[in-house]
Design a binder for this molecule. Structure first.
Ligand SMILES: NC(=O)c1ccc[n+]([C@@H]2O[C@H](COP(=O)([O-])OP(=O)(O)OC[C@H]3O[C@@H](n4cnc5c(N)ncnc54)[C@H](OP(=O)(O)O)[C@@H]3O)[C@@H](O)[C@H]2O)c1
Length: 289
């Protein structure tokens, strides 16, 4: 056997390689790596959502829903310990959601603005904002200025601050979806919920105006107006039994439905009644014939 130098051996090996096969193998590896980057390591270019009020109730249910749909999620609420619990559980159940817990009070414009800019740097893109942070103080005529202000600042201003913090990015992307969790109390007056109604009517009005303004940017805005939903808030404020309330999963299914609609279809608001409330309202004083 003739002696060959190492460089001649290397040249021989080089010529023996099947390049077309190698290149297609390399391409396949690249595609798999990119898919894994998005799905498993929460990589850049992944769909992402910010959810306020994500530590409990409706916001928490929405966070689980979006995480299960493959979104990376940023979770906003005041209670840091609770947020971290939710984030840890989400990470275990849906690793690709790579949750970012963000403890902040939505009534602070400066905090929201600086927090959201950090979140947006981290997420790179923002597909969905869900405004679900909210409070309810059940008073109308006897409401104090302080109580009214705290409801309006949380439910209305808090949502608007959050919207304003994501808008420049969504406009630049020419895409995005903003869900405002308003209430049935944003559509009709309710005795003893006057202050809450004021904050929610404001939210519905702002939301509809925003839907009109942002349509040309490819950004959708929908306000969700449910009756009693089975959460801490409802348990503290109604005698309606849990099993007769709307379920948080009804809200997440509504959001999933809305997300599935085409680019050209926009639903500005969805009113979701609690069956028990409708039965009561249907008992009118008109004599049945
Ligand atoms: N449950 C219902 O029957 C019902 C019906 C219609 C509409 N809604 C609306 O749906 C939204 C969610 O309500 P829910 O029933 O899920 O209430 P919930 O169980 O009481 O949860 C409220 C969420 O909002 C957060 N939050 C409250 N104030 C905040 C603030 N200043 N800054 C940041 N986060 C704040 C809370 O977190 P922290 O406690 O950590 O702050 C919590 O995560 C509210 O806007 C509510 O008005 C509820």
């Amino acid at each position: 056997m003739p002696h060959r130098s190492p460089s001649v051996k290397a040249l021989g090996f080089f010529y023996s390689l099947d390049f077309p096969k190698l290149i297609s193998f390399q391409k396949t590896i690249c595609i798999i790596a990119r898919l894994y980057e998005g799905k498993i390591f929460g990589g850049k270019g992944m769909k992402s959502a910010i959810i306020t009020g994500a530590s409990r109730g409706i916001g928490k249910a929405v966070a689980y829903c979006l995480a299960s749909m493959g979104y990376r999620v940023a979770l906003v609420a005041k209670n840091e310990a609770l947020l971290k619990q939710v984030a840890a559980d989400l990470k275990e159940k849906h690793p690709s959601s790579d949750p970012i817990p963000c403890a902040v009070d939505v009534t602070s414009e400066e905090s929201i603005s600086s927090l959201f800019s950090k979140i947006l740097d981290e997420l790179q893109q923002i597909d969905i904002l869900v405004n679900a942070a909210g409070i309810l103080i059940p008073k109308t005529g006897s409401i104090t200025n302080k109580e009214l202000r705290s409801m309006v600042e949380t439910n209305l201003y808090g949502s608007i601050y959050s919207i304003q913090a994501v808008l420049p990015k969504m406009k630049a992307q020419k895409s995005g979806y903003i869900f405002n969790v308003a209430s049935r109390a944003g559509k009709t007056g309710i005795s003893s919920l006057g202050g809450y109604c004021a904050s929610k009517f404001g939210m519905v009005g702002y939301s509809e105006s925003l839907a009109l303004e942002l349509a040309e940017f490819g950004i959708k805005v929908t306000s969700l107006c449910p009756g009693w939903v089975d959460t801490d808030m409802a348990k503290q404020n109604t005698s309606t039994p849990s099993e007769e309330m709307i379920s948080p999963s009804d809200i997440t299914k509504t959001i999933q439905f809305l997300l599935g609609l085409s680019h050209n279809c926009l639903i500005k608001e969805v009113v979701i009644d609690c069956r028990r409330t409708l039965i009561a309202a249907g008992k009118s004083s008109v004599k049945k014939t």
